[in-house]
Design a protein around this ligand. Structure first.
Ligand SMILES: Nc1ncnc2c1ncn2[C@@H]1O[C@H](COP(=O)(O)OP(=O)(O)OP(=O)(O)O)[C@@H](O)[C@H]1O
Ligand SMILES: [Mg+2]
Length: 311
């Protein structure tokens, strides 16, 4: 016979209760909601790829309006295999925000802070900006040299909260989030969710760089940063590269055999409308990422030239 004093029936442990604070009426929720607006990224060709619906006051019709940047308060997963331009894009975005007078937190997990600073300064110069004019708008947190930060997440969150209170930044970059769950990939989702919730709590617009483990499913978020990280974040951008080794690829990409072609795609963004097409991407000689035309546009341009026949 079970003694009820020591083993009460399960329903007596926790009587179901109504959690009233979790219930919102639409009006209340929308009043607390952030406005959908774009943040210019400093990456040529990217800002035009995000839209929202608006009602044209003149015609009363629904129109597609460009956001002119990534959606504010979004947490973006920027993923790709090595050397696909993720860090360059993160640096360009950081420099752009800092040059606009915004404070940006850059959590570096891959290279020590002074090396990241060199990259940021290089990016600024290539963008035609003077790094000295806004260098103190960038707050670097070095989790690359500091194993305590990398391996002890409570310390990391405490440090981030201190930086948020002290400098009041609106932007956070983590390069890379994958580096924060090295050798414990089964915790990837849990760790990414903690960072995601933290970004939301502090109203950050954030980029999490995540390293794709394999070239398999090159142009999707598959195998990116562990398991199903893209389900947690608001948006996923995928960057990829391919070596042109046959005439078919050369025709398709408008490239020469032996060229390295780069690609960019928005794999999903739940905060606003967006382009979904595969774009060519370029890394200039000065190390600036530019998003180029879609493959369909390249094909169209090609057949506008009379000397080429449809293949
Ligand atoms: N300063 C630069 N000037 C010109 N090209 C550069 C410069 N820096 C990087 N690149 C080119 O851009 C490529 C992508 O660099 P990036 O550091 O952004 O890669 P990544 O996607 O962050 O890779 P990883 O996952 O290994 O960190 C490099 O392999 C190189 O070809
Ligand atoms: Mg990198």
């Amino acid at each position: 016979m079970v003694d009820k004093k020591f083993f009460p029936p399960e329903e007596e442990y926790h009587k179901p209760q109504v959690v009233k604070e979790a219930i919102w009426l639409g009006k209340e929720a929308i009043e607390k909601a952030p406005k959908i607006e774009g943040v210019p990224t400093g990456i040529e060709g990217l800002d035009e790829l995000f839209y929202k619906a608006e009602i044209d006051p003149k015609t009363g019709k629904v129109i597609k309006k460009s956001l002119g940047g990534i959606p504010r308060y979004s947490v973006i997963n920027l993923t790709g295999v090595s050397d696909t331009g993720k860090s360059l894009m993160a640096e360009q975005f950081t420099v752009k925000q800092a040059s606009r007078g915004e404070k940006v937190v850059f959590v570096t997990v891959e290279s020590p802070a002074p090396f990241v600073a060199i990259g940021l300064k290089e990016r600024a110069t290539a963008m035609g900006l003077k790094f000295e004019e806004f260098e103190n708008n960038i707050i670097l947190i070095d989790a690359s040299s500091n194993h305590k930060l990398r391996n002890n997440l409570p310390d990391m969150f405490e440090t981030l909260a201190y930086v948020y209170r002290t400098y009041k930044p609106k932007f956070t970059i983590i390069d890379s989030i994958t580096g924060l769950f090295e050798a414990k990939e089964m915790l990837a989702r849990q760790i990414v969710r903690q960072f995601f919730n933290f970004m939301k709590k502090w109203y950050q617009t954030a980029i999490f760089v995540s390293q794709k483990r394999s070239g398999h499913e090159e142009l999707s978020a598959e195998a990116a940063g562990g398991y199903a990280v893209s389900h947690i974040v608001d948006c996923t951008f995928v960057v990829a590269k391919e070596l042109v080794i046959n005439p078919y690829q050369a025709r398709l990409y408008g490239a020469e055999i032996g060229d390295l072609v780069r690609f960019f795609r928005i794999d999903g963004c739940r905060l606003c409308g967006h382009d979904t097409k595969l774009h060519l991407m370029e890394i200039t000689e000065l190390g600036l990422v530019k998003i180029g035309p879609t493959l369909a546009e390249i094909r169209k341009r090609k057949y506008q030239r009379k000397d080429l026949k449809e293949d």
